[in-house]
Write a protein that binds this ligand. Structure first.
Ligand code: CA
Length: 224
């Protein structure tokens, strides 16, 4: 069965291009132009990934994303025309998986979609995490010290990677790959995700510096 993608985009020429690119690669693509239509569609049609324009006529993509996240963990890729929105997209509470800055080539978008879909399949041979971390692959959830962490998808894959080999230093590139973020993503995207993961760990266990920065190398998870 082809992966099902929902495209939420009010700019028709862009939408046509994206649909063409996705269908050429074998994806099944549904298209709506409004945030409300997106939420309505998702109530009755399960999809594997949502491509969500930030600037919609009836609402903005951030609010739509938050509404989706109340009930679903489906991967979300933002389309944005404004570089200054990127910080918000990769920021703490939105819950997006990746973004593409307009103008973009449909090819570039398809590559990102494929990467995310590949990463969102649970790995079968993931070593168990120790040090108070429990990883629930099926629900894409990490429990720390008995508390389920409210992680975005990218954060989940990054923390899962760090927890798979405590003390080991992972490069930003390795974490980007694990999170399914495209090569073109900026290194500060990783730093922003790490900052967010640290905040979520600190909320459970204040004062513990679990994620260590290795300047020029990357990050490691150091268990107490
Ligand atoms: Ca738009």
């Amino acid at each position: 069965m082809p992966a099902r993608i929902l495209l939420v985009e009010d700019d028709l020429p862009i939408a046509d291009n994206v649909i063409l690119g996705l269908e050429r690669d074998g994806f099944a693509c549904a298209h709506v132009m409004l945030g409300a239509a997106c939420l309505e569609f998702l109530q009755t049609n399960p999809v594997d990934l949502v491509i969500l324009d930030v600037g919609l006529p009836d609402s903005n993509g951030f609010d739509v994303c938050k509404a989706i996240r109340r009930t679903s963990n489906v991967p979300i890729v933002f389309l944005t025309a404004r570089a200054d929105e990127i910080d918000r997209i990769v920021g703490l509470e939105i819950g997006a998986d990746d973004y593409v800055l307009k103008p973009f080539s449909p090819r570039e978008l398809v590559v990102r979609v494929k990467t995310i879909l590949r990463r969102s399949k649970p790995a079968l041979s993931n070593p168990p995490a120790g040090g108070g971390f429990q990883i629930d692959e099926a629900r894409a959830c990490i429990v720390f010290a008995g508390v389920p962490l409210n992680l975005t998808r990218a954060e989940f894959f990054m923390l899962r990677t760090l927890a798979s080999a405590p003390q080991k230093v992972f490069s930003r590139q390795a974490l980007m790959d694990a999170a399914g973020l495209a090569d073109a993503s900026l290194e500060r995207v990783i730093d922003t995700h790490i900052k967010s993961i640290r905040a979520k760990l600190a909320a459970v266990s204040p004062g513990l510096e679990l994620i260590r920065t290795h300047r020029g190398f990357g990050y490691s998870l150091n268990l107490p």
